[in-house]
Design a protein around this ligand. Structure first.
Ligand code: ZN
Length: 431
């Protein structure tokens, strides 16, 4: 009986979420794929883009008509590397899970209000948080959650204090506060952690695949975890039809991950030319971030160890950008902001525009990121999004100014996003 009631509630919410149909007239359309603007009109019915046309569209009865007034219409933006649960300021690392969650809700609001209609949480945010957004309990973008990040003991996600004993060795819970990380060693524990994440609703799996900057006991060059543990992780994920993304910087770490089935590398700042070429041949994604590495040294509470490691990886950043361009490696758009740095989100647009054209950056933030998110296969319950295309989900922005000429208009979403529509539902309207 209880189950029936819950199902009924979900059905009502999803219907009311996009009960209205909209005709958006007189816009210049960036479709997410082509580097140009096409004048036209867009009809949205039942949360789906039902018609896109250069000629006037006749509005079916009851349709709400919005005059775009020659504004630029784009797909909603996508960020591939978010940690909603990692924004409690440093010094409050032991904050109760309710505090972590409350801050995460603020961060989620900031993302959607900045035009991000979808994010991939690269680990830490519980899949039930994603579901609460889906149900309308929390305001925010659609979230593809990875669940708790898998890290080996002494790995990048082993965030214990210096003198803190191993929870597993003491018969305790290997999950961190708010379930953001889980410490796993050996094939069985990797299998169990992946399956636990999937059971809660993770759409892909994240592992720490090498040394990291913001951890004190794993050198950047360290390899994490063993090939057999990586294969077990990939096996458990692919048995559910999805993929593994992995944190890694060095060529050696990246090759070990890819050779054992990982499909998406996060960061990758220290890879060499031969490894980049290898990634292209194997159709592997490198999701990397610009702003966070350039701003991390200003994070309150960052340790000298962290700063020394930051210096090492930052030196590789421009080289990596060159390799991504040279081999045309799929990269998408991602930020990895942590520790309360989320207000820097939209600076990623202008930072990328130092290396790519505005149109290329917009493609990264829409169609290219969407393609990467769809690697979660049948675990994607949300359909196709990331392009302005008939039959696709109506994630739509109307922008004051032309971001293809001046991408900095996206730095001020409060003034320059005139309309934000997520799944056919208007969440902001300043037309
Ligand atoms: Zn991250």
């Amino acid at each position: 009986m209880k189950k029936v009631l819950i199902f009924a509630a979900i059905t009502c919410l999803s219907i009311s979420a996009h009960a209205e149909n909209y005709l958006i007239e007189n816009v210049r359309i960036f479709n997410g794929v082509d580097a140009r603007l096409l004048p036209g009109h867009v009809l949205v019915e039942d949360g789906i883009i039902s018609k896109v046309s250069g000629n006037p569209i006749e509005a079916p009865q009851g349709t709400i008509i919005l005059d775009g007034d020659n504004r630029v219409l784009t797909p909603g933006f996508i960020d591939l590397h978010v940690h909603l649960n990692a924004h409690v300021p440093s010094g409050q690392d032991d904050a109760h899970a309710t505090v972590v969650g409350a801050v995460a809700a603020d961060v989620a609001r900031h993302f959607l209000d900045s035009g991000f209609t979808t994010i991939r949480d690269a680990g830490g945010t519980h899949p039930h948080f994603a579901r609460a957004i889906e149900l309308g309990t929390i305001y925010g973008p659609r979230v593809f959650p990875s669940g708790a990040v898998l890290s080996q003991t002494a790995g990048h996600g082993d965030s214990r204090h210096a003198d803190q004993g191993h929870p597993g060795l003491q018969g305790g819970n290997p999950y961190s506060v708010a379930d953001t990380h889980v410490i796993v060693d050996g094939i069985d524990q990797h299998l169990m952690a992946v399956r636990e994440n999937l059971r809660f609703g993770a759409t892909q799996i994240k592992i720490m695949g090498g040394g990291g900057v913001m951890s004190d006991y794993d050198p950047i060059y360290s390899l994490q975890p063993t090939p057999a543990e990586i294969r077990a992780t990939v096996q458990a994920a692919s048995d559910f039809g999805t993929y593994v993304l992995a944190h890694a910087y060095t060529s050696e770490a990246v090759r070990r991950l890819v050779d054992n089935g990982v499909k998406c590398i996060e960061h990758g700042l220290l890879i060499d030319d031969a490894t980049a070429k290898y990634l292209k041949e194997k159709n592997i994604v490198i999701s990397t971030q610009l702003v966070v590495f350039r701003e991390l040294r200003n994070l309150p509470g960052i340790t000298q160890t962290n700063l020394d490691k930051l210096d090492v990886v930052l030196k590789g950043q421009e080289n990596l950008i060159g390799l991504i361009k040279k081999y045309d490696i799929t990269t998408g758009f991602s930020t990895d902001l942590i520790g309360g740095m989320y207000p820097l989100l939209t600076r990623e647009f202008t930072e990328r525009a130092l290396y790519w054209t505005p149109a290329e950056v917009l493609m990264q933030a829409t169609s290219e990121s969407a393609k990467i998110i769809r690697m979660s296969g049948r675990l994607n319950r949300h359909g196709n999004f990331g392009e302005i295309r008939e039959g696709w989900v109506a994630d739509i922005l109307l922008i004051n100014g032309n971001p293809l000429e001046d991408i900095s208009v996206l730095r001020d979403p409060g003034n320059n996003l005139a309309l934000i529509m997520k799944g056919g539902e208007i969440v902001k309207n300043r037309l």
